[in-house]
Design a protein around this ligand. Structure first.
Ligand code: 5AD
Ligand code: SF4
Length: 422
């Protein structure tokens, strides 16, 4: 039996799709890139913006048209709340807390229906992985922050941390199977472990001890919980990579308050300055929303100021999208679409210039690259440096996925680097 899977959204969704893939493959299923020849067509959905939400419906329509015989599974964040509507177009609907249902589906092709639970019942369960040099590892599920624009607390539920032992066991098993780098995942990793009596930095120290593991990354951080101790850990732990994704969302304190982010931009910048001074060559990336309700030109200018001050290596910027269940969707002063787009274009142009300048700075420098595999075009090998920037190198007989090389950067492209192993 064959399955096809299409994934939208963040790394948590990518990891969930990987769980599904590994469960099905353990049960003798084969992955297919062609929906026409598959028996199960799976769409893993994202709800963070309206455009992403709508994609699940168009994708299901497209797949149905291509293959009328296969069963369709709708899963992920949209499935968690729109299960009624989805049950009319999909044969199986699986929410964010019921991925283990795939164990049944894998064995019994007649299973159909809607499987939704409000809560993750066994957060310490270790789901299987697909063999890979870089592996995502969930350390917590859900989010308790309720930023006023964000649907995530409603699609992924309340924050719940996995026990340290489960995480360590999972990583050790991964390393035994060839993983060299782990990316620890959570909506707000800095508040990891609060309910269990330990903290994220303790976990990092434990993970750093695992033999055979070469690199540790984590995402995503919330600035309000981003601590000095974490900055020192990035400075001191040899495996912890010099890259922090620290979403600031908006540069105006008035907007940050309306977003319920619980920090001021001055507090945010203070943490960034400490990070920059303690950790040499640390790359910093961020998320930004433009056109939040009531955002003025002056507020937007403040966002641009932050981008100029911090000089992010990359940023992910979005037009504010009103989401169901959220406070901001009900706020007065919604901004017109064309104004949002204008601001987004200005911001992205500024970021492109900064990204280019930062990438150029790598030319002639030597960096450590962990090779992950063949590049998309298939003509080179690709990997990442410790700052999470993609580096392409020419094929050589003695280089394979999992090798950690010293590479001299010869050229900066728009979003990546080219180099020669030395
Ligand atoms: N509109 C636009 N962007 C959003 N994000 C989250 N919710 C919304 C929304 N309603 C962005 C934030 C977050 C990233 C994952 O998605 O910047 O950090
Ligand atoms: Fe959403 Fe805020 Fe939680 Fe991030 S921290 S997932 S933006 S509610």
């Amino acid at each position: 039996m064959r399955f096809y899977i299409k994934t939208f959204g963040c790394q948590m969704n990518e990891r969930d799709s990987e769980k599904v893939e590994a469960i099905l493959e353990e049960n003798g299923w084969q992955k297919s890139d062609d929906p026409k020849t598959a028996d199960l067509l799976i769409v893993n959905s994202c709800a963070v913006r309206e455009k992403a939400e709508n994609k699940i419906y168009s994708e299901i329509g497209r797949l149905r048209f291509k293959n009328r015989k296969a069963k369709i599974v709708a899963m992920g964040c949209v499935a968690q709340f729109a299960y009624d509507r989805l049950s009319k177009v999909a044969d199986i609907v699986i929410g964010t807390n019921t991925i283990d249902e795939f164990c049944r589906i894998a064995k019994d092709y007649s299973v159909e229906g809607v499987f939704i639970k409000d809560k993750m019942e066994e957060p310490d369960h270790i789901f299987p992985h697909v063999k890979s040099v870089v592996s995502f590892v969930d350390i917590m599920y859900g989010c308790d922050n309720f930023c006023t624009y964000c649907i995530v607390p409603y699609t992924r539920g309340r924050e719940i941390s996995r026990k340290k032992e489960a995480i360590i066991d999972e990583i050790k098993e991964l390393v035994d199977n060839g993983t060299k780098e782990v990316v620890l995942l959570g909506q707000n990793v800095n508040s990891y472990g609060k309910s269990l009596g330990y903290n994220f930095v303790d976990l990092l120290y434990e993970v750093n001890k695992i033999e055979g593991l070469k690199r540790i990354r984590f995402t995503t951080s919330h600035p309000k919980d981003f601590s000095k101790e974490l900055i020192y850990a990035i400075r001191d732990l040899d495996k912890l990579c010099e890259h922090v994704h620290l979403p600031f969302q908006a540069g105006s304190n008035r907007i940050l308050k309306l977003m319920r982010r619980k920090y001021t931009i001055e507090e945010y910048l203070e943490k960034v300055f400490l990070l920059k001074s303690e950790v040499k060559n640390c790359s910093i990336t961020t998320d930004i929303i433009v056109g939040f309700p009531t955002e003025t030109e002056n507020d937007f200018e403040k966002t641009l100021e932050v981008v100029k001050t911090v000089e992010y290596d990359t940023s992910f910027s979005f037009k504010y999208s009103p989401r169901r269940f959220t406070k901001a969707a009900e706020m007065e002063g919604q901004i017109e679409e064309d104004k949002k787009l204008k601001r987004l274009n200005i911001l992205q142009q500024l970021q492109a210039e900064i990204t280019q300048k930062k990438l150029k700075e790598y030319e002639g420098k030597i960096v450590e690259v962990l090779i992950e595999g063949k590049s998309k075009k298939g003509d080179k090998l690709y990997g990442r440096n410790r700052q999470n920037i993609v580096v392409n190198v020419d094929f050589r007989d003695n280089i394979k996925a999992g090798d950690c090389l010293r590479v001299k950067i010869t050229k900066a492209l728009k979003h990546s680097l080219i180099g020669e192993p030395i």
